[in-house]
Design a protein around this ligand. Structure first.
Ligand code: ASP
Length: 440
């Protein structure tokens, strides 16, 4: 086995007990050479994330609210020193850096600097606990002057640095600008750092450790105890995340996907569970099986009918131009011979529906135009459906058996996804009906 890069999320490093689990996981496999930690997350539902406290400190400092600043910073200090003490480490491993961070935030350093200290301090702590080298992300992860991630420079510097380091901790979430200032990725960005490190290390695997055992085939709030997805391709994941199922920061996919490195989503609290493997391609799937079901509420369909629409040059373009000119982006556009439906999200069309309809009437002169609101989309995703017949029949059969009326059907040309539109009142039942048709 080659190098494994691991990333641990905030809940995996929320207290000393979690740090112990992380160490056990890292030491259980000598190939786990580079670890990317998040900042300490919530220990329970009422707790605060250190990152949020740091953002608050920045705001309080900027507003000159010294007393509240000290109170909030004390909570952060206690959080780290509590972990240090419980793990039997010397406070010296982070004490100076903690006070430096306090001073810098008070002296007017920006919000990115403030927030990045969560990962920075946690990285120092973890490196002391493991006895591994600490590599400050500011020295190896770069952004350009416009604030865009500089993949080339990072790859060059980081891979050279890792080449000289056997075991190391690299804090997640931030890097530096050409002028040396700290810049963070968007929230949840430690996932991105992990992927960048995996690529630079030429890793065989990127393990993303969190508090769930991988992706589930459906939303557990809708389907009772849905099964886990064992293997999913990057493309399938893209389809499912578009429909609202996410565990991973979207930008985290690109560096590893490009390098062909699989991602394994694992659970720090259940390390014996193999989690979900995200891969480029997979031929081992079972005939007729699906990978997952996801869905979203809140769509409106604009259904347009016009005799001979089919042969009218530029008709589709005129419909889409009408939407564009009203500033409305569309989600799907299934069409028939003389019919065409444009699906938009309620939030995109809010307050503009009359204007859109009026424009379509004027520029396209349809025979009939109807607005259907209160729709939901349900996507059934599976790399197996492109090769085997019967998936659509099973979905439609299941919906028919449950008495659910299908208002729209869309199968993208990639054929790994069949999307149906149903009335929102039928949404939960539709997801369950499809799940049961494939899994029971
Ligand atoms: N700590 C950062 C956040 O809360 C980054 C991360 O956890 O990935 O967004």
């Amino acid at each position: 086995m080659g190098i494994v890069v691991t990333k641990f999320g905030g809940s995996s490093l929320a207290d000393a007990g979690q740090f112990r689990k992380v160490r056990d996981i890292l030491l259980a496999d000598e190939n786990r050479k580079y670890v990317v930690p998040s900042a300490p997350g919530r220990r329970d539902a009422d707790d605060a994330k250190v990152t949020d406290l740091l953002y608050a400190c920045h705001t309080l400092a900027a507003e000159g609210r010294a007393h509240e600043f000290e109170e909030t910073f004390s909570a952060i200090r206690e959080r780290y020193l509590g972990i240090v003490e419980e793990l039997g480490l010397s406070p010296e491993c982070i004490a100076t850096q903690l006070e430096q961070a306090r001073f810098a935030i008070l002296s007017g350093m920006g919000p990115d600097y403030a927030a990045s200290r969560g990962e920075f301090l946690n990285g120092l702590l973890l490196s002391a606990y493991l006895g591994w080298e600490f590599i400050d992300a500011a020295e190896v992860i770069f952004f350009d002057a416009a604030g865009r991630f500089d993949a080339e420079r990072t790859q060059e510097v980081l891979s050279a640095r890792l080449g000289r380091t056997e075991y190391a901790v690299i804090p997640g979430f931030y890097g530096s600008l050409p002028n040396g200032e700290i810049k963070t990725f968007t929230r949840g960005g430690s996932d991105v750092t992990g992927a960048i490190v995996a690529r630079a290390a030429g890793a065989e695997l990127y393990e993303n450790w969190t508090d769930v055992s991988g992706f589930l085939m459906a939303d557990p709030r809708i389907v009772k105890r849905p099964k886990r997805i064992h293997v999913i391709t990057y493309r399938e994941l893209r389809e499912l995340s578009y429909m609202g199922a996410t565990v991973l920061h979207e930008d985290a996919i690109f560096p590893v996907r490009m390098a062909g490195i699989p991602i394994n989503i694992r659970n720090t609290n259940e390390p014996e569970n193999a989690g979900t493997m995200i891969v480029r391609a997979d031929e081992s799937h079972v005939r007729g099986a699906i990978t997952g079901i996801a869905g979203k509420k809140g769509f409106t369909a604009i259904a347009i009918e016009k005799n001979m629409m089919n042969s009218e040059l530029g008709f589709g373009r005129r419909v889409l131009t009408a939407l564009e000119e009203c500033g409305v982006s569309f989600e799907h556009m299934p069409s028939g011979i003389d019919t065409m439906t444009v699906l938009v999200s309620d939030s995109a069309i809010a307050g503009r529906i009359d204007e859109v309809v009026e424009r379509i009437r004027r520029t396209c002169k349809p025979d009939h135009i109807e607005v259907i609101s209160g729709l939901s989309l349900v996507a059934t995703v599976g790399r197996g459906m492109v090769r085997y017949p019967g998936t659509a029949a099973r979905i439609f059969g299941a919906l028919a058996d449950s008495g659910i009326n299908i208002r729209m059907i869309d199968q993208g040309s990639s054929e790994i996804n069949i999307i149906v539109g149903v009335e929102s009142a039928d949404f939960e039942r539709a997801v369950n009906a499809i799940y049961n048709a494939f899994l029971k």
